[in-house]
Design a protein around this ligand. Structure first.
Ligand code: CA
Length: 374
């Protein structure tokens, strides 16, 4: 009997038959009960992972997406995989996430791909690009237009797997102390704006700085900077910029900022297939969910800014400025593409996809919206 039980152990589907046999062998019933807890402990062994995020403790929307992903993984896996989250308050390395995940200090990370442009300029394409795709177009490119394959190619070089990690939607062009009417108004303007957009603006005479989020309010209030961009109403309201700045410009630089989940390769490959599937599903769900969450928070918060801060005025950069931004953007992209075949490949993939998808956007959402704004 003991031998039979042992032989049957791997056949999980025969549990019912095993119970019948156990019942039949009444003399052994007690022995089997005694052995049961040890076996179930082995089956339910929890894999505990650690995730490092760029964001601080309690950071809204971005941090919520990470918590949702981890909660889903735990629930869907019946507790087999547990992901514990460390915020930047703990690990003190907001911009060291990629290095820590690569080294295996953390199995996972949550950040934004364009933070790694210093390691590889091609990483920028997986966040957003000035004058690039809007979120629905970009998600279509990621999942059906070859984007995931290109991201894998780029991140294979970095030694981690990368996945979309939540979209902010179209970001606002920033808060400005003064109205921007001509190109001359940009000359010497001190602005906090990171990424490729910062490079574009610096070619137009803007003095570009990058200031830590916690110091932005004071910098703008004291006039250390004349302008800044952060995200949009979803996150700007809590920062309080509406109290000290009157001109809120529409966006051109981050039309669909996608955050990023990262997973250490060895850790991911060592997971059983069902946990890999659960993890990938939870990350994709959390990413889409964050897009909806961002949209909601932006709509609600903008309504509140409009009501409580009637002095805030929405502005769009004049056509001559937009045209110049586009020209410089193209010039910088061409320079990088000439120096880097991978950059060129992704640039061409995105440009071709956007050209096609934009035609559809034009006769669908755009056509509908331009006549139905009320
Ligand atoms: Ca931004």
């Amino acid at each position: 009997m003991k031998q039979l039980k042992h032989a049957m152990k791997p056949l999980a589907g025969l549990v019912a038959l095993g119970s019948l046999l156990a019942l039949a062998a009444c003399g052994e019933q007690q022995q089997q009960q005694a052995a049961a807890p040890a076996e179930s402990e082995v089956e339910k062994e929890t894999i505990v992972w650690k995730l490092a995020q760029t964001w601080g403790t309690g950071f809204p929307i971005f941090g919520d997406a990470v918590i949702k992903m981890a909660d889903m993984v735990k629930a869907m896996s019946g507790g087999e995989l547990e992901i514990r989250i460390d915020s930047s308050n703990k690990h003190k390395a907001a911009f060291g996430i990629l290095d820590m995940v690569k080294a295996g200090q953390y199995e996972m990370g949550h950040s934004a791909s364009y933070y790694w442009k210093g390691k590889d300029p091609s990483t920028m394409f997986f966040s957003t690009m000035p004058f690039g795709m809007i979120a629905p177009e970009q998600y279509a490119w990621f999942y059906y237009g070859g984007g995931m394959d290109l991201m894998k190619k780029v991140y294979d070089k970095q030694g981690v797997y990368s996945f979309p990690g939540g979209n902010t939607g179209n970001q606002m062009g920033g808060w400005f102390a003064k109205e921007i009417n001509t190109l001359e108004d940009l000359n010497g303007l001190k602005m906090r704006i990171p990424g490729f957009a910062g490079e574009v603006l610096s070619k137009l005479g803007v003095v570009v700085t990058n200031i830590a989020p916690g110091e932005l309010y004071t910098a703008l209030e004291r006039g250390t900077i004349d302008a800044l961009e952060w995200v949009g109403p979803s996150l700007d309201l809590n920062m309080g910029f509406q109290k000290i700045s009157q001109y809120y410009y529409t966006g051109w630089h981050e039309p669909a900022t996608e955050l990023q989940f990262m997973v250490n390769k060895e850790a991911f490959d060592s997971l059983p297939a069902h946990l890999q599937e659960i993890l990938v599903t939870a990350m994709q769900y959390a990413a889409y969910d964050m897009y909806a969450h961002s949209y909601h928070e932006s709509a609600v918060n903008w309504a509140s800014i409009e009501e409580e801060y009637p002095d805030v005025k929405i502005r769009t950069f004049p056509p001559e400025i937009i045209a110049e931004m586009k020209r410089v953007n193209q010039e910088l992209l061409a320079e990088s593409a000439a120096a880097d075949p991978m950059f060129k490949e992704i640039l061409e993939s995105q440009a071709a996809y956007m050209k096609m998808a934009r035609k559809w956007t034009e006769i669908s959402d755009y056509a509908y919206l331009k006549d139905n704004l009320e």
